[in-house]
Design a protein around this ligand. Structure first.
Ligand code: MN
Length: 249
């Protein structure tokens, strides 16, 4: 297997496009994305544009499929169809200047927590980025009424969803999926993967008994120490998809 040692400072410009393709492939391999869902990256710190594939299954995305979008969800200099839910990304980037990357997924173990009263909370040390008090749930019927298809297909709903996320790292979307945000592609991929892992752990723990969740202090400390390991995970996963992504070296 190819050894890859990528640093965050390397993920810019043309490399950002390549690493976004890698993120798509990694998230498919890790069971977070399937035929649906998407991952995006802000074009550069402070930029009002972001990179996202055209409307395509994440497992099929190549460099040529990546299009530049603005914060109104308009695709720049490209006529190919865009994702219906690109407004999720656009409105989060608008509201959160700190966010450099966004994942929207329907990952299977997380969705059940979006439809029950029991809050989704961190039970494992790798998931200290989750809100220890409970992950917010975006209730789309509060904004779209009771006849919607549950999809976030315009800027207003994207803005409402970004509001539900607030300053957090993850939000659930009732009966639909979730979003994760991060300060880099490696960080958001790490968070999306471990959101799914935490969901399985919380469910399994709940079958055995009453889970003891990470305390506020533990979550904060674990997020500070473990969160810094995102790049280590990225480099392992990145090497696994190297053949699919190709190389520009
Ligand atoms: Mn969706």
């Amino acid at each position: 297997m190819t050894t890859i040692e990528i640093q965050e400072r390397d993920i810019v410009g043309e490399n950002l496009i390549t690493e976004l393709v890698a993120a798509n492939r990694i998230l498919v391999r890790q069971g977070v994305l399937d035929a649906f869902g998407h991952v995006s990256a802000r074009s550069a710190p402070g930029a009002s544009t972001f990179l996202l594939s055209r409307n395509l299954a994440p497992g099929s995305v190549t460099r040529n499929d990546v299009m530049t979008h603005d914060l109104d969800g308009v695709v720049l200099d490209d006529d190919r169809p865009a994702y219906l839910e690109r407004f999720i990304h656009a409105e989060i980037y608008r509201r959160r200047p700190d966010v450099m990357s966004v994942v929207h997924s329907h990952s299977a173990a997380v969705v059940p927590f979006s439809v029950v009263e029991a809050p989704f909370r961190p039970v494992i040390h790798m998931a200290g980025f989750l809100n220890p008090e409970g992950t917010p749930v975006f209730e789309i019927s509060d904004f779209a009424g009771d006849g919607s298809d549950l999809l976030v297909t315009n800027g207003q709903l994207g803005s409402d969803l970004a509001g539900a996320l607030g300053d957090g790292n993850v939000a659930l979307m009732r009966g639909h999926g979730s979003i994760a945000v991060g300060s880099s592609l490696p960080e958001v991929v790490y968070r999306a993967v471990y959101t799914e892992v935490n969901a399985r752990a919380q469910l399994e723990a709940s079958v055995l008994g009453t889970p003891r969740f990470l305390s506020r202090g533990e979550a904060a400390t674990a997020n500070g120490s473990v969160g810094g390991q995102a790049l280590r995970a990225w480099n392992v996963w990145r090497a696994q998809v190297a053949k699919e992504v190709g190389s520009d070296d």
